[in-house]
Design a protein around this ligand. Structure first.
Ligand code: GLY
Length: 423
């Protein structure tokens, strides 16, 4: 089967690799892609925001399935449009994508279906005074979320009342555009975070290896929030009992609930969890694979990945496509451009990728471009250098050995990816 992949990050590089290695994959195309992805996939010369162009490409190139990486096209309705034109799509409908595109919807949904999560209230900007009063009634720290998509930046954890009120004013004042017209104020959850990715056909699901992201920029979970500075899989904090609880209390009610709402969830449901004292609460749902979790999760996946996605896309989930969810361990260390998540330079030559790969690491490209003399930096998160091993310790050692082989000006990375998992 020929497959079209939409997206351009490290996550999509990991998806491209797993799809390419699947036995039934014919030609693989990608748009917008990146230089790493184009070592595996042919470039589809089209604008992925132009759904009609995507449809025509699918017809012209006999595409059997479209796999959508990022959330924005899903929130914009690409899955509805393509499915409506008879094209199999791995990714949820616009309505189902509200689990990520509206934090207020997600919280209300969790309340309705008794999915464990923190207490909250939602406020439109007309209720700004009520929102400030509610803030005053909550304990600190408190979480303030823009309702809509804000490229991962619309969540503020305020440690002081002053910071909380300022964050609220910023959101209602337009700092995140329309995404902040409505705001969710949520109690802060203590514990250890983990991520679960569930592949669903709308009624049934299978989860992949558990993982843990590192969202803060600096070692020891210090510094500003980022898109994610590294991940490892599986995450020991997600014990057998926890995974059972996640299946019965989180994923199953979510899949059943979306079906009950008339918006069956087809795609990858990402549950961001907080684990404390053997209990689980949901921090957030996303409607796509996590980044950089996918770079670690797919490095330990064994089976027919594209076959699994296709079975979900056509509503007939085939769990036999998963041979093993976690063959050993993987640790993905993000190499970023100094300054990220703020401003950073671009165009610096990257060396050592082949050397790192010859040593057994998988180097997923994210913010890269082609310069006069080869691959150069072109984004904040540049690479996800992924080590694999029989144990988590081995995968961490292998990842950092590979990290040392790769150079570019202004390279920076966290040195403690995976260390929580060793405790
Ligand atoms: N790693 C966080 C996310 O993908 O949203």
């Amino acid at each position: 089967m020929h497959i079209l992949l939409i997206g351009s990050g490290g996550r999509e590089h990991a998806l491209a690799k797993a799809i390419k290695e699947s036995p039934g994959t014919g030609a693989l195309y990608c748009t917008p892609g990146n230089p790493g992805i184009f070592q595996l996939a042919e470039k589809a010369r089209l604008n992925p925001d132009d759904f009609q162009a995507v449809k025509e490409f699918c017809k012209n190139y006999q595409i059997g399935m479209v796999v959508v990486g990022p959330e924005q096209p899903l929130a914009d309705g690409i899955a509805d449009y393509l499915a409506g034109n008879g094209i199999a799509v791995f990714g949820p409908s616009q309505k189902a994508a509200r689990l990520e595109s509206s934090k207020g919807f997600a919280k209300e949904f969790m309340r309705k279906y008794s999915i464990p999560t923190a207490e909250y209230m939602t406020f439109p900007d007309a209720d700004i005074k009520l929102a400030h009063d509610y803030l005053d009634s909550r304990e600190l720290p408190v979480v303030i979320k823009a309702d809509g998509l804000a490229a991962g930046k619309g969540v503020i954890i305020a440690e002081t009342a002053e910071a909380a009120h300022e964050a609220l004013d910023d959101m209602f004042g337009g700092k995140f555009g329309e995404a902040g017209n409505t705001v969710v104020i949520e109690d802060f959850m203590q514990g250890e975070e983990a991520s679960i990715l569930a592949i669903s056909d709308g009624t049934d699901f299978v989860t992949l290896a558990s993982s843990q992201d590192h969202k803060r920029a600096f070692d020891g979970d210090e510094g500003p929030n980022t898109g994610g500075m590294g991940a490892y899989a599986p995450a020991p904090v997600v014990t057998g009992d926890i995974i059972k609880e996640v299946h019965s209390e989180v994923i199953k009610p979510a899949i059943d609930g979306m079906a009950n709402e008339g918006s069956p969830f087809i795609g990858c449901l990402y549950a961001g969890l907080m684990i404390k004292d053997g209990g689980v609460k949901v921090v957030e749902f996303n409607v796509r694979f996590g980044d950089p979790e996918t770079q670690a999760v797919l490095a330990v996946f064994r089976g027919d990945f594209a076959g699994l996605l296709y079975s979900a896309a056509i509503g007939k989930l085939d769990k036999s496509k998963v041979v093993s969810k976690s063959e050993g361990s993987a640790c993905a260390v993000v190499l970023a451009s100094s300054g990220y998540p703020g401003s950073y330079g671009k165009g610096h030559k990257i060396t050592g990728i082949e050397d790192a790969e010859e040593g057994g690491a998988i180097v997923y490209q994210a913010g890269t471009g082609i310069g006069d003399n080869g691959i150069v930096t072109a984004g904040g998160r540049v690479l996800a250098v992924t080590g694999v091993g029989r144990s988590l310790k081995q995968s961490i050692d292998n990842a950092y050995a590979a990290v040392d082989k790769i150079s570019f000006n202004n390279k920076y990375f966290r040195k403690d990816i995976g260390s929580k998992g060793l405790k």
